[in-house]
Design a protein around this ligand. Structure first.
Ligand code: NAD
Ligand code: UDP
Length: 346
């Protein structure tokens, strides 16, 4: 991947919301390595201050950090007053599908109201460049596989997914009302893995909902066995198929999206960030066991409600327009996930 970032842009200051989180922290590393200046805000509702220190340690670079709730308009304005922000990458939000069904209000407030607060503040300070973390979940029940960006969106199956769909619509309406905005909506597929340093990675509290953190906890003897949700899907081995992408590749996609906004000046751009490869649950278990020389005991149980059989991206648009190529392999993803867990538990 080639970064277009030039010497003239060296002091471009990017505000990263949710920058201490899983994807945010990896993106901050890539942004700092690419020469951007950062301002990070996070309230640590789903992350720890250690991640902020780790970003500094990995990159050897410093940045401003504000521990704050991004819904606090007064504090947010202070951030814009104190820093000459050129663009925003917006990760902050809640992301647990099951919890969103239990607590929809929390999700609509934190994700949708929060985004509106942020967008309003950006408008007030004349900052009109945004990269937004969306998700393949906006496609709802996939119209076709592989998914292209022009596939139907909506029909989301849980409040979390609906917040992403709503925010996408809000961004489209804003752009249509004022075409001087530059907005990149990135629809992530299944980010997994960790930075090769083992200093940052995914560290969910309690029992994980997603496959990779669950496998990692089983491999680390923190959980007894993996429950595989169904082996009777119409897939090669009957288990669900997803498009797993290494979080460092995903992070690099954000740098490329920022470069695109810089180059084009304005526009609304939507990209799938995936690899285009589908792997089954059993592929994941077997690769994890082989690469890390560990055992991942499992049992087959019933299907998980709302699960689709197969979901993977057509990544052509991101490749052609951003130069985005996910170069890390499934082996890298499994190895780096385990490495991070081992380092954390030491
Ligand atoms: P994460 O929970 O690790 O990171 C989100 C960060 O935002 C956390 O550090 C959290 O403390 C912070 N945050 C939440 N609410 C906040 C608030 N009100 N004020 C300030 N900070 C706040 O999640 P992630 O996996 O890094 O995901 C980042 C973004 O990408 C989210 O918007 C998520 O919905 C989206 N996304 C994630 C995935 C995935 O599989 N991880 C897939 C698709 C989309
Ligand atoms: N999965 C599983 N056991 C688990 C968690 C997930 O079998 O404990 C399966 C799930 O049914 C799906 C795949 O793993 O086929 C990926 O699930 P994940 O929740 O990680 O991603 P999503 O379904 O949201 O794409």
């Amino acid at each position: 991947m080639v970064y277009l970032h030039s010497k003239d842009d060296d002091c471009m200051k990017i505000l990263v919301t949710g920058g201490a989180g899983y994807i945010g922290s990896h993106t901050c590393v890539e942004l700092l390595n690419a020469g951007f200046d950062l301002v990070i805000i996070d309230n640590f509702s789903n992350s720890k201050p250690e991640a902020v220190e780790a970003i500094k340690k990995i990159t050897g670079k410093d940045f401003k950090f504000y521990e704050m709730d991004y819904l606090n308009r007064e504090l947010l304005e202070k951030v814009f007053e104190e820093n000459e922000i050129s663009a925003v990458i917006h990760f902050a939000g809640y992301k647990a599908v099951g919890e969103s069904v239990e607590k929809p209000m929390d999700y609509y407030i934190n994700n949708v109201s929060g985004s509106l607060t942020l967008l309003n503040t950006m408008k007030k300070y004349g900052v009109k460049k945004l990269v937004f973390s969306s998700s393949a979940t906006v496609y709802g029940w996939p119209e076709k596989i592989p998914l292209t960006e022009d596939c139907h969106v909506g029909g989301t199956t849980n409040p979390y997914g609906t917040t992403k769909f709503f925010i996408e619509r809000i961004l489209e309406d804003i752009y249509h009302s004022d075409s001087t905005w530059g907005i990149a909506i990135l629809r992530y597929f299944n980010p997994i893995g960790a930075h090769e340093s083992g200093l940052i990675g995914e560290d969910p509290q309690g029992i994980p909902n997603n496959l990779m953190p669950y496998i990692t906890k089983v491999a680390s003897n923190e959980l007894e066995k993996l429950s595989i949700f169904g082996d009777d899907y119409d897939t090669k081995d009957g288990t669900g198929v997803r498009d797993y992408i290494h979080v460092v590749d995903l992070a690099k996609g954000h740098v490329l999206a920022l470069n695109k906004l810089e180059k084009e000046k304005s526009g609304l751009f939507i990209y799938n960030l995936g690899t285009g490869n589908g792997y089954s649950v059993l592929d994941m278990v077997k690769t994890y066991e082989r690469v890390n020389q560990v055992e991942v005991p499992y049992e087959i149980v019933g299907r998980r409600k709302g699960d689709i059989a197969i979901c993977y991206a057509d990544p052509t648009k991101a490749k052609e327009e951003l130069g985005f190529i996910a170069s890390k392999t499934l082996e890298d993803m499994c190895r780096d996930s385990y490495h991070f867990a081992r380092k954390k538990n030491r």
